[in-house]
Design a binder for this molecule. Structure first.
Ligand code: AMP
Length: 293
């Protein structure tokens, strides 16, 4: 496995692989501090690619808080070992100046609810500008046949899908399910910054999502009732969410009733760490009428 720092070197390596007949290139963009969630994306890429490229880049432009950027875990040597064991062929780990050279002046901006609600509303418009711009740059550098993203960042996934469609980038975007620790907490590079007590507290987030899922399975459709149930669980753990949203999974439009698929998304601070999680709700199938002989 090679670690590559420049776009020029990456291009020539990938061109060489293509010339040898390795034509299906799968790409997993990350900010490093790899965990099982990232590796599940790598495995999905490995299963359908000849060459798997993983990028590690803590993208400064998508951070809206300096402390979050400064405190973001960085561990390239450990990441390289994990990536290699999971089947990565090439790591692309550029310096910031490689992606944003002096004079850099372009921003990829998506308008509308996909970027302006939920994370966009809380973290500011700069967040998704940063995400869209860096993902566009990475996709143009790697030119993969497929790129793999986690459903954990459901809104990011929608933003990437929209951008790829709008700009005509010829990459298939593959969504991968959220990977969780045994206790239910969604895996995140930021989890290492939780104390044991905060981690315990954070478990209220998946518990709230589970409670909502179970209520929907029992036939509850009113978002007001679902939100009350989730809020009660978060409140009991001392968590005041930044948002607890019930929205359409494709357009992030708020809903009042779960009559079709609904994305339930939570963002909350636990101690100094900001966590996000979500689940897709599917209404209970209407009971089929008893059939009489
Ligand atoms: P990050 O390094 O946090 O920017 O994440 C890189 C990619 O890994 C994104 O597509 C994330 O959605 C995905 N990812 C992060 N955590 C998880 C998880 N727990 N399960 C599945 N995918 C994840």
């Amino acid at each position: 496995m090679r670690i590559i720092r420049t776009i020029a070197e990456l291009r020539s390596e990938l061109d060489a692989r293509r010339a040898e007949g390795a034509i299906r290139h799968g790409f997993v963009p990350t900010m490093g501090a790899l965990h099982e969630g990232h590796l599940s994306l790598v495995r999905a890429a490995r299963a359908e690619s000849d060459v798997v490229v993983l990028s590690i880049f803590v993208n400064p432009t998508q951070f809206t808080e300096a402390a979050d950027l400064d405190g973001y875990p960085r561990q390239e040597a450990a990441d390289a070992a994990l990536a290699e064991a999971a089947g990565v062929d090439l790591i692309f780990a550029p310096e910031a100046a490689e992606l944003y050279p002096a004079g850099f002046a372009t921003t990829v901006h998506l308008a509308g609810p996909l970027t302006e609600t939920l994370e966009g509303a809380k973290r500011g418009a700069a967040h998704f500008d940063g995400v869209a711009t860096v993902v566009a740059k990475l996709l143009l550098a790697v030119r993969p046949e497929a790129a793999y993203f986690g459903q954990k960042d459901a809104q990011q996934l929608l933003v990437v899908r929209r951008m790829v469609t709008d700009l005509g980038i010829p990459t298939r975007i593959v969504a991968c399910p959220t990977s969780r620790d045994a206790d239910g907490l969604a895996r995140s590079s930021r989890n290492v910054r939780l104390s044991a007590a905060e981690r315990e507290q954070a478990l209220a987030i998946p518990r709230a999502l589970d409670a909502v899922t179970e209520a929907v399975a029992r036939g509850e459709t009113r978002v007001s009732a679902l939100a009350r149930a989730a809020d009660a669980i978060l409140d009991a753990a001392g968590i005041r969410p930044e948002y607890l949203a019930f929205v359409t999974p494709d357009h992030l439009a708020p809903v009042g009733e779960v009559t079709g698929p609904v994305l339930c998304a939570i963002a909350a601070r636990v101690g100094a760490v900001r966590l996000i999680d979500n689940t897709e709700l599917v209404p209970a199938s209407p009971r089929t009428a008893d059939t009489k002989e």
